[in-house]
Unconditional design. Structure first.
Length: 511
């Protein structure tokens, strides 16, 4: 596919370097590991994990379409559910233990041998402190773009960003980085001041001042969405890098805390995002209008201005000329011909942390002197040094797969053959579930007590509400009711496997 599309590892490497504010000729072992491992990572997802990832798009900062996504569901959620499903047989045989409601509070290290020896944990159910001994510890704990308090990692390193809303769940508090910074570990960190402000977080018109906002996927600009200021005019290349586009947005209204802009898609663009557009429309983040006149009225701009903006865009697309903002790709043009149109309000939001734990190309954690800490690894957003000043869209999941596989191939895993499959026991438990009536389901309808029916079963999602990556609102609105349709629009049934079933739904009686 790379050959067909005239793409190459070299061009991908150049895009990552330039997109991160580096010279295209720089040598960076982490970048080279990412780009050189990306093709194998894609094939592994397809062949080993069974994820087709059949759709390809071009996101900001990429010189070619190379970002793969599934036809149904969201890429990240589908990836997690698929991997959990693949892990299930190992768990059922006792070869893998997943400890939920457990927090690592300290990494243990022998200072004489510089060897990691395990972790100290705390159970949220009992406050019990216990130790897990291991010569290998892998941190995949995410970034720190949720916690903006003065003493937080973000508050200390980028206090100027503390007024921005965030697209992150509260779990993005930098816990793994703090563990590595502990005096017992003395792990190194890099680029902690490099925090990405994503240009498009949705403004919910019913809660415009919410501090956590739903991310408006870059895909919508990749398929042809354009951005308009309050006057109904374009002001930037919508396919530019995230830091470039955010900068252009803030230039428009430098003294406004959360400036709002209009995202506009025509029918052709919307049809290229068949999962995202209906999902956003259902949550009243995107609105459908049949005519330019209706869009102008909703946007509070003149019809003449909006028509001129769309006509100018179409003329650049027709001639192939880049226009005043340097845009050379015009997917889904023309825009001015006919509706329907889909529009929503967006604003820049805290999204991703390029800084984090210092690692080498094998994800081995380095100390303050750039020496390897034996047995300690870190992957994903918890790490720093790969993306530079800006991460390109699609590279976060790619990073997780490339470096995660690399660690997996390095670590010695001793097979345990004594496990007994638990499938029959699990099936018996499912058959003996209590029956939960509609009346009982409806009682549990609040953020503090949230039961949701999905398919034929009822789940208690109370503790997951604040952990839900897109934000709590999508779950809160389903508390006490049947959420099957909403779940199916975005996710596959595999995603439910980690959640404990409370009971089987029965419309009439509870036993």
């Amino acid at each position: 596919e790379s050959v067909i599309r005239n793409d190459s590892v070299e061009e991908f490497t150049r895009d990552v370097l330039v997109g991160g504010g580096r010279s295209p000729n720089d040598k960076n072992a982490l970048v080279e590991t990412l780009t050189e491992g990306s093709v194998d990572a894609l094939q592994w997802l397809r062949n080993r994990c069974g994820m087709p990832l059949e759709h390809i798009g071009q996101l900001g900062g990429h010189s070619h379409p190379r970002t793969h996504r599934p036809s149904k569901g969201l890429a990240g959620a589908e990836l997690i559910s698929t991997l959990l499903s693949l892990l299930e047989p190992y768990e059922s045989k006792g070869q893998l233990v997943l400890r939920k409601k457990t927090k690592v509070v300290r990494i243990l290290r022998n200072s004489d041998s510089n060897q990691t020896t395990g972790v100290e944990c705390e159970s949220s159910d009992s406050d019990e402190i216990f130790t897990l001994h291991s010569r290998h510890v892998v941190l995949a704990t995410g970034g720190y773009a949720y916690d903006t308090s003065p003493e937080s990692i973000l508050g200390v390193n980028r206090p100027d960003l503390s007024s921005f809303a965030t697209s992150n769940a509260k779990s993005a508090s930098g816990d793994g980085i703090k563990l590595v910074q502990d005096l017992d570990v003395k792990g190194g960190t890099v680029d902690l001041s490099q925090v990405q402000v994503h240009p498009t977080g949705f403004v919910d018109l019913n809660d415009s001042h919410a501090n956590v906002k739903k991310l408006c996927a870059e895909l919508l600009r990749g398929v042809g969405g354009i951005l308009l200021n309050a006057a109904g005019q374009r002001f930037a290349n919508e396919l530019g890098t995230r830091d470039y586009l955010t900068g252009k947005m803030l230039e428009q209204y430098p003294n406004t805390k959360q400036p709002a802009f209009t995202l506009l898609l025509n029918r052709d663009a919307a049809e290229k995002a068949p999962v995202h557009v209906p999902m956003y429309a259902k949550r009243k983040l995107l609105y459908r209008f049949d005519t330019i006149e209706e869009v102008a009225e909703w946007s509070n701009v003149t019809v003449a201005t909006l028509r001129q903006t769309l006509s100018e865009y179409d003329s650049f697309a027709e001639t192939g000329k880049p226009g005043p903002f340097g845009k050379t790709a015009f997917p889904s043009a023309p825009l001015s011909s006919s509706g329907p149109y889909y529009v929503g309000k967006v604003t820049p939001v805290l999204h991703y942390c390029m800084g984090g734990i210092k690692i080498d190309e094998n994800s081995k954690v380095l100390d303050e002197n750039n020496s390897i800490i034996n047995g300690l690894y870190a992957i994903g957003e918890a790490t720093g040094g790969l993306h530079g000043k800006n991460r390109l869209g699609g590279n976060a999941l790619t990073e997780c797969v490339v470096f995660g596989r690399r660690v997996g191939q390095l670590l010695p895993v001793e097979a345990k053959q004594h496990g007994v499959a638990q499938n029959s026991k699990k099936n018996q438990e499912m058959d003996s579930l209590k029956r939960i009536s509609e009346t009982e389901l409806q009682i549990h309808n609040s953020r503090q007590d949230c039961w949701v029916k999905i398919y034929d079963f009822v789940y208690d999602l109370t503790e997951f509400i604040d952990e839900h990556p897109p934000g709590p609102e999508a779950i809160i609105e389903l508390c006490g009711i049947d959420g099957t349709d909403e779940f199916e629009e975005i996710h596959s049934a595999e995603l439910l496997k980690p959640f404990k079933v409370l009971g089987k739904y029965s419309a009439t009686s509870s036993v």
